[in-house]
Every structure is written in C-alpha cells, then in structure tokens.
Design a protein around this ligand. Structure first.
Ligand code: M6R
Length: 607
C-alpha cells in the first residue's frame, strides 16, 4: 500500500511525479503529495486529501512556469497511522524542512522511537513516517548515505523510502526492506517507483532493488549499495507496456473488467489447453507433475483466498490430493510444520500482498516447493516462487478483483486436471471437462447478456442493510467471494455461510424480508439446498437464487438469476460472474465509487 515515485534529471519533476502517482494510485488513494527542489534549494510542496486528481488540480493552480524543480519525491497514501488529513499526507519533513521523506510500509516500533524523539522534536503528524525523517535529522552527520544506513538500523517493520535533502538539491536516496522499490533510467533522468508499471512510459531500463539495498541518484545517474558497498547490477530493458484500457462503453473499469472475462479465459487457456486433442499441455505443469506431491497447501488473501478455496475442491475431486487453504495472515500467525511432500501454492493478483509474500518467504526458508499464481508480471511472488504460472487476466484497475479471480480459478482447474491426469483422473472425465472448457467463454457471455435483468434485481436488493450469501461445497467459497464483492463495492453487510450451517445458528436472523442469496446450480447438492431454502421460506425470508436455466422452480425463490446449463464445475465461473454484476449494480444504485471503494487499496503491501 502507498505508492512512491521520485525523479532527478533535466526536466521539471513535478508533472512527471504527479503522472507517476496516477499509475500508482491503486496502492492507496486517501491523499497524495509531492515535493520538488530546484538547483538553488528552493522547494515546491503540494498536498491534497483524496485522489491524485485532487493533487493534480492543486499543482496546476500553483506550479507556474518560471521554476524548474529537477529533483522531487511524491507519494499516494493508504492511511495506516493517522487519519486522512493533509497533515498526515507525505512527503514528511524534518523540523527545519531540510529533509523530506516518502515511505511505503509500516514502522512497527515507531511509538518507542517517537517517545524518545519527542524529548527534542515537535511532531506535527500521527504517522510512523515522520519518525523516519526526524531520525534522519537527529543522526545526520554530513553524509546522508551513512545517516540513512544508521537510521534504518533503528527501524523494525517494512519500508521503502525515498529521501531528499534541500542542501544537496540534486540527490535522492532510496532504500527498501520488504516493500518494493524499482529504479528506472532514461536519457532525461532517473526515477524511483513502487512498481515497474509506473516507469514503463518514462524509463528505458529498470532495476528491481532487493531488500536492504540502497540507491543513490545524482546527476541523472544511479548507484546501488548493499551493506554500504557499491554493487554492480545489470538493468533490464523496459519491455513492459502498461496501458490502462479506456472504459469504452462501460461506466467503470470494474464493469469493463467483468465484461472482459470471456477474453481473459481465452488468454488463460491459450497455449496451455489443446482443445483439439483435449489435453492440457504446459511445461510448468508437466514439470510440476514430476514432483512427489502428497498434499497441497494454498496460501492467499481476500478474493485470492476464496479462489484458493474453490481450487481446493478441484485438487481433491480431480487429482485426489488433500488440500488445506490458509489466508496469508493466519499462515504467518501459525507455526509451519514444513513438509517436503507438500506443494505450497501462493495465489495473488498483485504478486505483492505482504501476508502472502511473507508466507512464501517462510516456506522458502524451509526448502519446501513453492508455486506462485500471479497476475502482475515480474512481481515479487513470481520472482520468489520456485515455479509459477501467470493468471493472464491483463491489467486489473478496479480495486475489487473480478476477472483475475476467474482467471485464478481457471488456472487452478488446469493444474488440478494436469496433476489428475498423472494420477487417477479418468481419461474420459478429463476429456469431457476440457471439451466443456472450450465453451466456457460463451457461457460467460450468455451471463453478461443477462446484465439488464441482473441490474433490475440488484436495484431491489440495494435497499437492504444486511444479507446472507449461501452455498454448499464448492459453492460455499463462491458465496464467500460473492459476499466479499458485495461488501467491498456496495458497503452493505453481507455474510457468507455454508448452506448447511444456516440451521446451526444464523437462521435466528431470518425473518420476513431478510434476504438470503443462494447459489444452487444443478449438481450434487441441489436437493439438499432446496430443503434448506424451504427452511428460509418457512421463516418468510426473501430468497434470491443463482440457478441453472432449465430448473423447475415453482415458488421456491423470490428472484432468480439464471446461469447456463453446464456442469457443476463450470457453473462456478458463470454464477460468480453473475454475482459480480449483481454486486456492481447494487453499488451503482447506491452511487458508490466502484473502482475505488472507500478504505481499500489494490495492492496490500503491509501485514
Ligand atoms: O493481489 P492479491 O490477490 O494478493 O490481493 C489479495 C486481496 O487483497 C484482494 O483479493 C482483495 O481482497 C480484493 N480487493 C478483493 O476484491
């Protein structure tokens, strides 16, 4: 969370920095700020609460044309310490406004450090970051590199930091531990960024910094140090084209991304599934199948956690492998009993989620086999994992993950079939499944064509304050993900339960007009779920069902969202897509900012 961008070169840094922040805005959009220095040490500072566009407006109104600030640092914030105010907005400065700092991460021991520093310095913000800049001031002895090396020794936690000094106007220092930092170089200068995408349009080469490395930028050049010593690091040519598609006919990126799902599925299967021969062929999966795997543990967070839970059913039913799914934060909180016959799978859209990334590091330290499924190419998890596959969902702008979740589930399904083919999965069953997969994109398109009807239903449900989302077996995590999407996009309280658990307590809440959203496609648990629906109806609860098209419904449901008549496994994809539209339309009805829901960020790089 939080995005850092910095520049030193021949151009005016301020517009470049604001542009960089626009690409990094997915990392947080509570507030944004920028500081630039010109050659004589004069500074330009601007900060704004809210999105980067608010900062841009303020900058446009105050920058003028007469001064060129060739060095600068900038930040877009996801608040961790201190409320969303201008005072808490980065860059933060030392007491005489000599040093400025931007920071991504959390300084866990900031309270102790602050208590000590407060004896001498007055703090103006509630942030942990202000402690870093005050520490720099306290320990400065004519050499910022040595000072920063010393200061970081006091810090416990995660950080990527960029620092400038008004008395050395053409210099920027950057250092990182756990939070990402990338250096980009062009003819016009050198950049630092929290991700490589923000550099793709301005830099011709880039270098990813490793933990504890420091970069010093001076006179359009950079040097990298580790433990105080200069190191050689070859840069990579910028081969990443980062373009956020425009929204076309859609009113939000989220809506567009849901409508992208059929194309995403084509990309996921392309070169990996041979529909002619009805086989899955992928070198990574072939290599994986060579390993002795007795158990799988999937570690992920948020929507990726639900994707993992859905995937666990595939591994069990198709490959006969037992699976445990753990959220990254709980994995970190628990004790690891390392097992060399367990495959540890890490799912992440961003590839940067701290809970997932740190879990991966712990598993790697124990020499166990790690496998990443990530969307962002070159992200930390893909670089750390022993083996990986990309989910190929393309750039996902909406903070709510939609098309990527579907892509992750498709990758997990391919993995399960591929492992199953080397085990007991019947040849005919695998072929039928692959045959069906060829039409999955069309099935999803059918759901998308039903969007106007889903919108009408969503409008009715937007008035509720609380709802249950229910499903059995594979549709329990589907309900979990559908519920998360409703919460995140509409801010309505929804709670997911396994359908069978309802009678063990939650049923007490069901009363006339209380909505229960039930995933009940044709399949193994259809009849049992129907009985549970009757129990809701007996209490006069309202029932919305995701049901297969041919179903004889009678008066079982108050509303239905039909999904195509496919196998149970494929109806996971179709019903989830329909639930994304449902959540989106409720949110639109309530006039929420669907692409940037409040309090959230796309990449959660703090634990
Ligand atoms: O990038 P990741 O997939 O690791 O992100 C994990 C969660 O933070 C993420 O899925 C989050 O729950 C989404 N906003 C859900 O839509």
């Amino acid at each position: 969370m939080c995005g850092i961008f910095a520049y030193n070169g021949t151009k005016n840094s301020i517009p470049l920095l604001v542009d960089g922040l626009r690409t990094l805005e997915y990392r947080g959009y509570d507030s944004a700020g920028v500081v630039g220095i010109n050659d004589t040490g004069e500074i330009f500072v601007q900060k704004a609460v809210g999105k980067v566009s608010n900062l841009a407006t303020k900058v446009d109104g105050s920058l003028g044309n007469s001064k060129v600030y060739t060095t600068g640092i900038a930040h877009t914030r996801w608040a961790t310490h201190g409320t969303v105010t201008e005072l808490n907005t980065h860059p933060h400065s030392s007491s005489k406004e000599r040093f400025y700092v931007v920071h991504n991460g959390i300084i866990e021991n900031y309270k102790e450090l602050k208590k000590e520093l407060e004896k001498k310095y007055t703090f103006y913000s509630d942030t942990d970051t202000e402690v870093i800049v005050k520490l720099i001031e306290e320990h400065y002895e004519e050499d910022l590199k040595k000072t920063l090396e010393k200061v970081t020794k006091f810090l416990t936690g995660a950080y990527s930091v960029a620092v400038i000094d008004r008395e050395n106007p053409g210099t920027i220092l950057g250092i990182k531990l756990w939070s990402p930092l990338v250096v980009g170089a062009s003819e016009d200068g050198v950049f630092i960024s929290s991700d490589v995408n923000a550099l793709s349009k301005v830099a011709s080469n880039y270098v990813m910094l490793e933990d504890d490395e420091m970069v010093i930028i001076q006179d359009k050049k950079y040097q990298i140090y580790t433990a105080g010593n200069l190191i050689e690091r070859e840069s990579q040519e910028m081969d990443i084209e980062y373009g956020i598609d425009d929204m076309g006919i859609f009113s939000s990126h989220t809506e567009k991304e849901i409508h992208d799902i059929p194309t995403v599925l084509e990309n996921v299967f392309s070169g990996r599934v041979n529909f002619g021969e009805k086989t899955i062929y992928n070198e990574t999966l072939e290599e994986l199948a060579e390993h002795e795997i007795e158990r799988i543990e999937i570690i992920s967070s948020g929507s990726s956690y639900y994707a993992g839970m859905i995937g666990s059913y595939f591994f069990k039913s198709l490959a006969g492998i037992s699976v445990q799914v753990t959220s990254g934060s709980e994995f970190l909180a628990d004790e690891l009993l390392p097992d060399t016959k367990t495959l540890y799978v890490f799912l992440s859209q961003s590839g940067e989620t701290a809970d997932t990334r740190e879990s991966l590091k712990i598993v790697k330290e124990k020499w166990c086999l790690t496998f990443g499924i990530v969307n962002v190419v070159g992200s930390t998890i893909s670089r750390l994992a022993d083996m990986w596959l990309y989910s190929h969902a393309g750039v996902e702008v909406g903070v709510a993950s939609t098309k990527n979740v579907i892509a992750q589930i498709a990758v997990l399904l391919m993995m399960a079939v591929s492992l199953g083919q080397k085990r007991n999965l019947q040849h005919s069953k695998a072929r039928t499944l692959i045959e069906e997969l060829e039409w999955l994109g069309d099935n999803i398109s059918e759901v998308l064509l039903n969007a106007p009807k889903i919108r009408e239903i969503a409008k009715k449900y937007a008035k509720h304050k609380s709802m249950f989302v229910l499903g059995r077996n594979m549709f329990f995590p589907v309900a979990g993900e559908a519920s998360l999407k409703c919460k995140e996009l509409s801010y309505i309280h929804t709670e997911a339960y396994s359908m069978g658990e309802l009678k063990h307590g939650p049923l007490a809440l069901v009363q006339p007009d209380f909505p229960c959203i039930v995933f009940n496609p044709a399949g193994k648990f259809y009849t049992k779920t129907v009985s549970n629906i009757q129990e809701i109806r007996a209490r006069e609860g309202t029932v919305l069902g995701y049901v297969t098209k041919w179903e004889e419904l009678g008066d079982l449901y108050d509303d239905i969202i039909e999904i195509p008549n496919t196998s149970e496994i494929l109806s996971i994809f179709t019903s989830l897509t329909a639930s994304y539209l449902f959540a989106l339309y409720i949110a639109e009805e309530l006039e929420r900012d669907v692409d940037k829901p409040k309090n959230l960020a796309k990449s959660v790089t703090v634990e």
